[in-house]
Design a protein around this ligand. Sequence first.
Ligand SMILES: [Zn+2]
Length: 265
Amino acid sequence: MLFDTHTHLNVDDFDEDREETILRAREVGVKGFALVGFNVNTIRRAQEMIQGNPDMVGIYGWHPTEAIDYNAAAESFLLKALESPKVVAVGETGLDYYWETSPHDVQEKVFRRQLAIAREMHLPIVIHNRDATADCYRILKDEKVGDFGGIMHSYGETDEWVQKFLDLGMHISFSGVSTFKKTDDVRAAAKLVPDDKILIETDSPYLAPVPKRGKRNESAFVAYVAQVLAETRESSLADFEALTFKNACDLFRLDFDGTNLTKRG
Ligand SMILES: [Zn+2]
């Protein structure tokens, strides 16, 4: 039983074969999909998909690479989208110093704005961090993220950093990055995360895990991530899957009856 806590099945890359892709994931045991919408178009598509699929929930926010386009209209659109009972978190937001498509101060402002929204709406926050670990940490600490919690998504940092983010009250989610040959430091970090704070994800269509590296990623491949992490943590695969599924339901405040994910009342 797998929960892909961060997938973008709602992007154009899946326009040709979205239904088949979802079925492949269900066939390998994916029982929960958190669709992440990060701008107007991807939020709209996620809303459509969630309507027809009881195993899907939404995470909506504004991506740091697009922070420059965040304005009053974007915010009111986002606030409205976040009102849906099938929304489980705010994000992905954070900082991206790799692409440099938005100035750092603008990214920080938009990031802090979404932290305030998450606090106000009692929702956890989903953090995208690329080459900006120290600044992400500073802002999360400053905004007392532990009051409402959140996820360091697609964790790609060291074991030293993981302890600091855990101390802030964050959950840590591992993606295909944890399966790459050269990411021993990420696997070392995965060993340190307590049982109740670890999550798994694909971040599809990006970052496909070994043995699919370089291909378009899809939610079915979360099974490869689970396998590597179960081995790393010297856990049985079944136990690790059950654990990460439960953690996702607890953080997102979801009940699961075998088919439907519903918000706890
Ligand atoms: Zn993402």
